[in-house]
Design a protein around this ligand. Structure first.
Ligand code: 3HC
Ligand code: NAI
Length: 694
């Protein structure tokens, strides 16, 4: 066996050369892998191999380019040269695939003459999620194998397809059952057959039939663009991917490659991809907790309990049923229980990805009850009753009597103090916050809140469970609103004040929507319901929200809030009556009315969020700046092509942000604009918020 570089070896199995990549954890195409591949193909051919098998060790085939090398000085041979050596090899090259063949990994496999894959393997071009397009010929080769519509779908969604689908599409030539040895043997057998039968050295680049079907068909591309327009608003990469596939359909291969290279260069040097690549690592960093080592023992979660089957409880329960964990749901009476379970069933039935059989199978995992004693065999109970401290303390005291030793007791509270809740129990080490976002079965974010005494094992279990239920978990310490809602509250405060000074709800929302957020604060409040937390008895006419509620405006649910809603389409229309009510109220409170610029709206909504994020870091509530970004991208739809609020602030420049915060602080209420000392320090020293770590 020859060691070609630190991560690539070459050995022989009879006449067949076997090149093995072993670059943990995911066999990314780091420079030494490319070097080893280039040498391996050259040496295999020189050594007279009859065929070449390319296979990977460890958990997966190549998962793509090494993302950490982007933006660094290039080293070693280019991927393109490596691919040419494969595709032009004078003997059959067979890629043997297990795990995931993603991005550059799939592009390498597309340069083999044949592909053999385990039935459990997956394939995708997820570059779009990094603000990129496949830059190693994938945009030209994939459509030649799977056709234009499928390639468009895979490249603009980044979705992975399974081996059976890949076989049906012609992406792979053979599917193998079994383990890694079975794969290796099947690839060797394929190689022997290819040699014995003189099978052609099939180059994907030479295939034309599938792209020819779309040649000159502008309508096909126009229709596809229309289908993704809403979902991809603001992103450059999806459109660039479409242009590459258009080139694949309409141009000769080499010209298509040139289009790909030019558009790739534009994206990889642009700000969107820089933000999205940063975000890729940010999300993975969020899992790492300095004082909770990786090998911390976890609590074994076999059964979950959920208390309260309202808006949140039902969705929370669905997450566990979806991965086969049985759930006991307890409500205060049968009527509420039936209503809650009914909503869960409806949600499953409405979901396009759940078959009728799956609906029944998942519903069968949910056991309803009105007796908390039924939580006795649960390993984790998540409380989702009304947001009321006294109620939460009383149910936690009860849970303390019922739950078995070692069981985790979690609260889904949005704002309340986990330590105070834990004080109602005899085991604060078992109490934690698991803050899901609404709708809890859909939103990806899970804020995990550690109390003063929460044990490492309980923290590690909550974080690991988050990953298991396909959420992105971020750890926070206790403070009102934790990371996400505490920052949101700052934006809301300022948005409320802007409309008193002369901006309209529609203007504020438009500015934030154009920035890339899914909706602005007023549309968001209408969606949640204006009367959440509103008490008619105590809050008479003291805010705009109060006067809207008093006049019967409750938000989307009754068709009238800051906007008026079409009962059929739910489309929002700005309402002059609301604007007049706001004006009258503002004048009565002594606010001078003026024209507010869009730029001011943007700065006044976003800079207090940055400032609060910095305070959250200063207090050690979040571990690192990137965690704040992960919360805002997953929980509130901050556009990932702007990285997150901390990353964005750094790209604006902290000195600039600090100067503006000072300026607004002098003009407006000083407390609300009080500058974070951490941000001031970083701005002075040239530091960055998104890289800050406690
Ligand atoms: N480059 C560098 N590091 C990578 C990487 C990559 N392409 N993919 C994963 N990693 C690292 C992760 O950062 C993580 O590191 P850590 O343990 O230090 O945090 C480790 O590998 C394991 O990753 P995950 O935690 O994500 O492991 P999972 O098992 O959950 O998922 C995976 C594995 C599905 C392969 C997932 O990591 C993934 O989706 N990776 C990215 C795939 C991708 O985007 N490929 C395209 C790259 S761009 C490209 O190829 C350009 C080309 O067209 C020229
Ligand atoms: P909800 O009012 O929709 O549901 C609460 C449910 O708890 C009701 O069905 C009620 O019958 C039940 N309940 C009340 N007391 C009970 C008791 N003693 N025993 C059993 N069941 C009881 O409220 P929602 O919106 O689901 O909120 C629940 C919790 O989740 C709150 O702490 C809230 O702050 C938090 N949260 C809410 C979010 C939202 O967007 N609605 C988002 C994230 C967290």
């Amino acid at each position: 066996m020859a060691q070609l570089s630190e991560s690539v070896t070459l050995d022989r199995e009879g006449d067949v050369a076997v090149i093995t990549i072993d670059n943990p954890p995911v066999n990314a195409l780091s420079w030494h892998v490319r070097q080893g591949l280039a040498d391996g193909f050259a040496q295999a051919v020189e050594g007279g191999a009859s065929a070449i098998v390319l296979i990977c060790a460890g958990r997966t085939f190549i998962a793509g380019a090494d993302i950490s090398e982007f933006g660094q000085k290039p080293q070693g041979p280019s991927l393109h040269d490596t691919q040419l050596a494969m595709e032009n090899a004078p003997v059959p090259v067979i890629a043997a695939i297990h795990g995931t063949a993603l991005g550059g990994g799939l592009e390498v496999a597309l340069c083999a003459h044949y592909r053999v894959a385990l039935d459990s393997s997956k394939f995708g071009l997820p570059e779009v999620n990094l603000g990129l397009l496949p830059g190693a010929g994938g945009t030209q080769r994939l459509p030649r194998l799977v056709g234009v519509p499928k390639a468009l779908d895979m490249m603009t969604s980044g979705r992975h397809i399974g081996a059976a689908e890949a076989l049906g599409d012609g992406l792979i030539d053979e599917m193998v059952e079994g383990d890694h040895d079975a794969l290796r043997n099947a690839a060797l057998a394929f190689a022997a057959r290819a040699v014995a039968n003189n099978m052609p050295l099939a180059k994907v680049r030479d295939r034309d039939e599938k792209v020819a079907e779309a040649r000159g068909n502008e309508q096909l591309f126009a229709d596809f663009r229309a289908t993704i327009a809403r979902k991809t608003r603001g992103f450059l990469a999806p459109e660039y991917n479409v242009r590459c596939v258009e080139a694949a359909a309409n141009l000769p291969f080499d010209e298509g490659l040139q289009v790909e290279a030019e558009l790739f260069r534009e994206l990889v040097t642009g700000s969107q991809s820089a933000a999205q690549r940063y975000y890729f690592f940010a999300e993975r960093a969020a899992n790492k907790i300095p004082d909770v080592p990786k090998d911390t023992p976890l609590v074994d979660i076999q059964r979950v309990g959920v208390l309260g089957a309202g808006t949140m409880g039902g969705g929370i329960a669905m997450n566990f049923a979806n991965i086969g964990i049985p759930v006991t749901i307890v409500e205060r009476d049968l009527e509420s229980l039936d209503r809650g379970l009914g909503v869960v069933r409806k949600n499953y039935e409405r979901s396009r990805s759940t078959t009728a059989e799956q609906v029944e199978q998942r519903m069968s995992l949910l056991t309803g009850s009105t007796d908390k004693a039924d939580f006795a065999d649960c390993d984790l109970v998540i409380e989702a009753v009304f947001e009321d401290m006294e109620l939460k303390k009383s149910v936690f005291a009860e849970l303390d009597q019922i739950c078995k030793p070692g069981a985790i007791m979690a609260s889904n509270t949005s704002f309340l103090d986990i330590d105070e809740i834990a004080s109602a129990t005899s085991r604060p080490e078992s109490v934690i916050g698991m803050h899901f976002f609404s709708p809890a079965n859909v939103m990806k974010l899970l804020e995990v809140i550690r109390g003063e005494q929460t044990s490492a094992s309980v923290i590690a279990t909550a974080m690991a469970l988050g990953k298991q239920i396909k959420k992105v978990a971020v750890l926070s310490r206790v403070c009102p609103g934790f990371i996400g809602n505490r920052i949101l509250a700052q934006r809301r405060f300022e948005a409320d004040r802007l409309i008193l000074e002369g901006a309209t709800p529609e203007q504020v929302d438009r500015v934030l929507y154009d920035f890339g957020l899914p909706m602005g604060p007023f549309a968001m409040m209408d969606l949640a319901g204006l009367d959440i937390g509103w008490k008619a008895e105590t809050s008479k006419g003291s805010t705009v929200r109060d006067i809207l509620c008093e006049s019967g405006r409750r938000g989307q649910k009754n068709g009238r809030g800051y906007y008026t809603y079409d009962p059929e389409t739910r489309a929002a229309t700005p309402d002059p009556e609301v604007v007049a009510m706001i004006r009258e109220f503002a004048i009565s409170k002594g606010y001078e009315q003026r024209e507010v610029t869009d730029q001011e709206v943007l700065e006044r909504c976003l800079y207090p969020m940055i400032n609060e994020g910095a305070k959250i870091l200063d207090e050690g509530v979040a571990i690192r700046g990137s965690d704040v970004d992960v919360v805002w991208v997953n929980g509130y739809g901050w556009p990932v092509y702007r990285g997150g609020p901390m990353f964005w602030a750094d790209s604006v420049g902290l000195p600039e942000v600090v100067a503006k915060i000072r300026e607004y602080g002098e003009r407006l209420d000083g407390d609300h604009w009080e500058l974070s000392p951490l941000m001031e320090k970083l701005a002075t020293e040239g530091g960055q918020l998104h890289q800050f770590s406690n």
